[in-house]
Design a protein around this ligand. Structure first.
Ligand SMILES: [Ca+2]
Ligand SMILES: [Ca+2]
Length: 80
C-alpha cells in the first residue's frame, strides 16, 4: 500500500489513503451506451438495455426516467 497521493488501481477505482482511513471512489469513466463498462458498445450492452426496458436505471441513457426506444437509438448510435 502506497502512502500519500491517490492511486488508480487496475479495476478502475481510485484509492485514497489518509490517516488510517481508506476510501474508494469509482471513476465514472464509462462511455455513454457502454452499460457494462468494458470499453465497447455492443450486444452485451444491448442485452442490458433490453432487460431494463420500461424501467429506469443506468440503461436510461437520456435520463427521462424510462428505458425506451430513445435510449436504444442512443446506444445504437454509439455502437462499436
Ligand atoms: Ca459494453
Ligand atoms: Ca430514456
Amino acid at each position: 500500500m502506497s502512502q500519500g497521493g491517490p492511486v488508480l488501481t487496475a479495476n478502475g477505482s481510485l484509492v485514497v489513503s489518509g490517516t488510517g482511513a481508506l476510501q474508494r471512489y469509482w471513476t465514472p469513466s464509462c462511455a455513454t451506451g457502454d452499460l457494462n463498462c468494458d470499453g465497447f458498445v455492443n450486444g452485451t450492452d444491448l442485452s442490458l438495455l433490453l432487460a431494463a426496458w420500461g424501467s429506469s436505471g443506468p440503461s436510461d441513457l437520456n435520463g427521462d426516467g424510462v428505458v425506451s426506444g430513445t435510449d436504444l437509438t442512443i446506444l445504437l448510435g454509439r455502437w462499436g
